[in-house]
Design a protein around this ligand. Structure first.
Ligand code: COA
Ligand code: AMP
Length: 630
């Protein structure tokens, strides 16, 4: 039986159906499944087919469709009578400000900024780096790029100049759109010096920097720079440009196992279709409802679920500038939920752990009348935090698993389709479109093709995409995570199998940290491992072997290395722990056994690798990697 549920928005039809049936149909006949889902989006040229597999293993979705994402996020809602509805609520715990934008107002601002960018020479296919904190102008800049077919690349504010430089060189932007500063609880982060340093390190030069001057810190302007407000006051609004569904919408860089970040490409059509589908079928959100993702626009969660998905379906999205604790207290999240009538909150487990540590009894939670569900991702939701949140909040708590590459969840409890029983520790079930398989070595892979919304490739680097993701298990995408499926088909994601760690929900490369440590003159060799942390999930630990005769105290070396990582990668790396060790465990051929150290740190008793040169070296690290809690 198929019935229309609640208010679904124009042409969006949701079928109440058994999850298993929908899942099976999505894999058996993706063509029909996704063409039907595509009806939730307004097309300039509707697609006549869904999947283009002519260049497999590279796939494209909706190859002959044309649309504009900003139009779908804004104009179509204004055209159908939602112009007066609030589209965006900016709530800044850092400044005490709240600003609301209706769909009409946001459309006007976006069209104006799009016109401004165009007047600066930015056009279809040009890249724009957006380096901004959690201010509404970041959302406006992203949507303005989408409106004129420019490809945005947002860079998270917690990265150091070198990381920004790497992204500038890879994306080669025509313009940088920046704010003068970001606000952290203990300091104001001035962006201008970071941009200046990044540009002194990068080969590429953008034509122009558009600067949003914030009251909390005014940036120096160069002659060629443009002030955000001046640009807005003179710009003529730009109309949305029809884009091919396969055109890139944005590039978002994420950490790989090497020092070079990966430029994840998101296409236009598949992205819009998948996100719209997920809001209704996974998150159970309808147009007009208030949705809040407490993340950062610099991460994929922010791209998909602060900006694009809620606006695509005509919901109200909250943009929060602040922290879960300390701005001013551990009741900040619950204040935002109560004050703005939030129905569903999406954040990272680490935020909940931070709140729980300060307010274990949940005394600051209050009466959350509108609150319906809590979604958590970015790292595994540990059962303790799951139970704490469920008991204190009294709403379903959903762990769901995804990655920058996939753009939307791979596994979740599909509450919009059919709420399933929860198993603490499991991300519930694979979602329609994702053929999740477990390989013999425990690696989680996704059988190709990946569904719409997932990455088509890496920016200008098909070859690296194929090499790093599609080669290990031919016909499959390698997620980099390990885990298992239980007899009921529930997925348990147990952690990365490569050199990527998740620190407070932030994805970081230990390989990049090792490169920084290895550059120190006293360091002979080193390894960086993620070790468990009660709040952040994991934190990096640097293990270093000194060069013979190195004349440096342990305290001085630790200080040098901590500062170096902060300077080269950024404060977000949260690198604070260094241990000097006599040796690192290696194979007989001299390869450092990082996997064995990771297993020891995670408390997994793995057999000693047969290739190990000296088992006692690994055994001696036990107290460092897994200190006795007493
Ligand atoms: N710009 C500049 N610096 C930033 C930053 C930003 N956008 N975000 C974080 N930093 C800095 C912090 O100020 C801190 O600097 P410090 O070493 O001078 O104190 C450092 O990076 C580490 O930050 P973080 O790991 O966030 O630790 P924290 O102790 O400040 O806060 C939490 C801990 C749990 C409260 C916080 O990490 C949090 O809210 N996490 C949620 C993560 C999230 O939303 N992830 C997205 C995936 S869903
Ligand atoms: P990112 O690309 O920054 O979103 O990080 C993706 C990685 O975060 C995944 O590969 C996982 O290692 C981890 N991750 C995200 N969500 C979950 C989850 N629900 N359970 C376990 N790990 C997760």
């Amino acid at each position: 039986m198929s019935i229309l549920t609640r208010e679904q928005g124009r042409r969006t039809v949701k079928f109440m159906a058994d999850y298993r049936d929908v899942y099976r149909r999505s894999l058996a006949d993706p063509e029909t499944f996704w063409l039907k889902a595509a009806r939730a989006v307004d097309w300039v040229t509707p697609p006549s087919r869904a999947l283009d597999d002519s260049a497999a293993p590279l796939y494209r979705w909706f190859p002959d469709g044309e649309l504009n994402t900003a139009y779908n996020c804004l104009d179509r809602h204004v055209a159908t009578g939602r112009g007066g509805q609030t589209a965006l609520i900016w709530d800044s715990a850092m400044t005490g400000q709240v600003r609301r934008f209706t769909y009409e107002q946001l459309q006007d601002q976006v069209a104006r900024f799009a016109g401004g960018l165009r007047s600066l020479g930015v056009g279809v296919g040009d890249r724009v780096v957006i380096y901004m904190p959690m201010v509404p102008e970041a959302v406006i800049a992203m949507l303005a790029c989408a409106r004129i077919g420019a490809i945005h690349s947002v860079v998270f504010g917690g990265f150091a100049p070198r990381e920004l430089a790497a992204r500038i060189d890879d994306a080669a932007p025509k313009a940088i759109v920046a704010a003068s500063c970001g606000l952290e609880p203990n300091r104001t982060v001035e962006y201008r010096p970071i941009i200046d340093q990044a540009l002194s390190l990068s080969r590429h030069r953008p034509d122009v920097i558009v600067m949003l001057q914030r009251d909390q810190g005014v940036a120096r302007m160069d002659e060629r720079d443009v002030d955000w407000f001046e640009l807005m006051s003179t710009a003529s609004p730009a109309d949305p440009v029809p884009m091919k569904a396969t055109d890139p919408l944005y590039i978002l860089y994420t950490s790989g196992t090497t020092g070079r970040p990966k430029g994840i490409v998101r296409d236009t059509g598949g992205h819009a279709v998948a996100l719209a589908w997920s809001m209704l079928n996974v998150y159970d959100i309808a147009p007009g409802e208030v949705w809040w993702t407490a993340s950062d626009v610099g991460w994929v969660v922010g791209h998909s679920y602060i900006v694009y998905a809620p606006l695509l379906i005509g919901a109200t999205t909250v943009l929060y500038e602040g922290k879960p604790v300390g701005t001013p207290d551990a009741g900040a999240f619950w204040r935002v939920v109560a004050e703005h009538g939030v129905v569903t909150l999406f954040t990272a487990p680490t935020a909940l752990r931070a709140i729980k540590r300060v307010d274990p009894d949940g005394t600051l939670i209050g009466d959350l009348k509108t609150f319906r569900a809590l979604y958590l991702a970015g790292e595994r939701l540990d059962p303790d935090t799951y139970h704490w949140a469920s008991e204190r909040l009294g709403v379903p708590v959903v762990d769901h698993w995804w990655q920058t590459e996939t753009g939307w969840p791979i596994a979740a409890n599909p509450r919009g389709l059919e709420p399933l029983p929860t198993k603490p520790g499991s991300a519930t079930v694979p979602l329609p479109g994702w053929d999740v398989q477990i390989q013999n070595d425990g690696a989680i892979t996704l059988k190709l093709p990946l569904p719409p919304g997932s990455l088509p490739t890496l920016w200008h680097d098909d070859e690296r995409y194929i090499r790093e993701y599609l080669t290990r298990h031919p016909g499959h995408y390698l997620t980099g995570d390990g885990g298992y499926l239980d007899d009921d088909g529930y997925l348990y994601v147990m952690g990365r199998t490569d050199d990527v760690i998740n620190v407070a929900g932030h994805r970081l490369s230990t390989g990049t940290m090792e490169t920084v440590l290895a550059a120190h003159p006293a360091v002979a060799e080193c390894a960086v491992i993620g070790v468990s942390d009660q709040v952040k999930g994991q934190v990096p630990l640097g293990l270093v072997v000194l060069k013979a005769g190195a004349d440096i105290t342990p305290a001085r070396l630790a200080d040098d290395l901590i500062h170096a990582v902060r300077r080269e990668i950024g404060p977000v790396a949260a690198f604070r722990d260094v241990a000097i060790v006599p040796a690192l465990p290696k194979t007989r051929s001299g390869k450092i056994l990082r996997r064995s150290m990771r297993a020891l740190a995670d408390g997994r008793e793995e057999p000693m690798p047969s290739t190990i040169e000296d088992p006692s070296v690994l055994e001696n690290l036990r107290p460092v990697l897994r200190p006795d809690p007493s």
